[in-house]
Write a protein that binds this ligand. Structure first.
Ligand SMILES: C[S@@+](CC[C@H](N)C(=O)[O-])C[C@H]1O[C@@H](n2cnc3c(N)ncnc32)[C@H](O)[C@@H]1O
Length: 253
């Protein structure tokens, strides 16, 4: 398959919204203790408010249809809990998944290490992955897309497609009054810390609607772009970005 790898800035897309309030977890101001509380809080929110479900649902059928050993790179992995759940679900279907977790914050990867999440950890910016083309079978991101504007997301998608031979899976929040209101109401009820209470609704406010996503990805090989329960969407891009030769399946990234 020949896929255009034109620089993101040459693609004309409409922005989906004005820049919204940044998330505290992304800022420089948190202590290591606050960071750990926030990442644990995010895990609890994902677990209790069914945030992992759409990620596993989007990834698992594709992983299960592939070989018995595969590699997945998870961008913006945070503590790595989401990717670990995908790996456990894949293992139940007979697929041994090696996870490479990418995050630009060492402190977030360190929390994942302390919590025992199994992955190879790499500190890097998602727009410039230190992996060779085709290093992994799959690239994944969850609760990550809303961090970026159109041009930055296209750069990140280019990177995701460059490093993954089988495809790219992206899952994120859907915007709207109802998800925003529920985030404000429910996140405190599951015992999240102040950072997570702030960042949950702030993430919904920055979320991409499906119609803007459709426009943004119009030139990409979209296999799936759909709503996922509850208040998420999943995007799956097939194949890789212009690789002529898939790599040997079990070499290190
Ligand atoms: C909201 S957390 C999502 C964590 C996890 N993926 C989940 O689903 O719960 C977003 C993560 O992306 C990381 N991040 C933000 N911008 C990034 C970038 N440009 N490159 C790599 N990681 C980034 C943050 O440090 C944070 O750990």
């Amino acid at each position: 398959m020949t896929v255009s790898h034109a620089p993101a800035r040459t693609r004309r897309v409409r922005e989906r919204r004005e820049p919204a309030e940044p998330e505290l977890l992304d800022g420089p101001g948190l202590t290591p203790e606050q960071t750990e509380r926030a990442l644990r809080g995010l895990e609890r929110v994902n677990r209790l408010l069914l945030g992992y479900r759409p990620v596993v649902a989007a990834a698992l059928p594709r992983l299960a249809a592939g070989p018995a050993a595969q590699r997945l790179v998870d961008l913006g992995t945070g503590s790595g809990d989401g990717a670990a759940r995908v790996a456990r679900a894949a293992a139940r279907r007979g697929v041994r998944l090696t996870v490479v977790g990418i995050d630009r914050k060492l402190g977030h990867l360190a929390v994942g290490r302390r919590l025992g999440r199994r992955q190879l950890r790499v500190v890097a910016d998602a727009a410039a992955l230190p992996l060779r083309a085709g290093a992994c079978d799959w690239s994944l991101s969850s609760l990550f897309f809303h961090h970026f504007d159109a041009a930055a997301n296209l750069r990140v998608l280019d990177e995701m497609r460059r490093v993954a031979t089988r495809g790219t899976i992206v899952v994120d929040l859907r915007p709207g009054r109802l998800p925003y209101g529920l985030a404000r109401l429910l996140i405190p009820l599951v015992g999240a810390c102040p950072v997570t209470r702030h960042d949950g609704p702030a993430s919904v406010a920055r979320a991409w609607p499906l119609d803007a996503l459709r426009r943004l990805t119009a030139e990409l090989p979209v296999a799936e772009l759909r709503r996922r329960f509850p208040f998420r969407w999943s995007l799956v891009l097939v194949g890789s970005g212009g690789l002529s030769q898939p790599p040997a399946p079990h070499t290190r990234p």
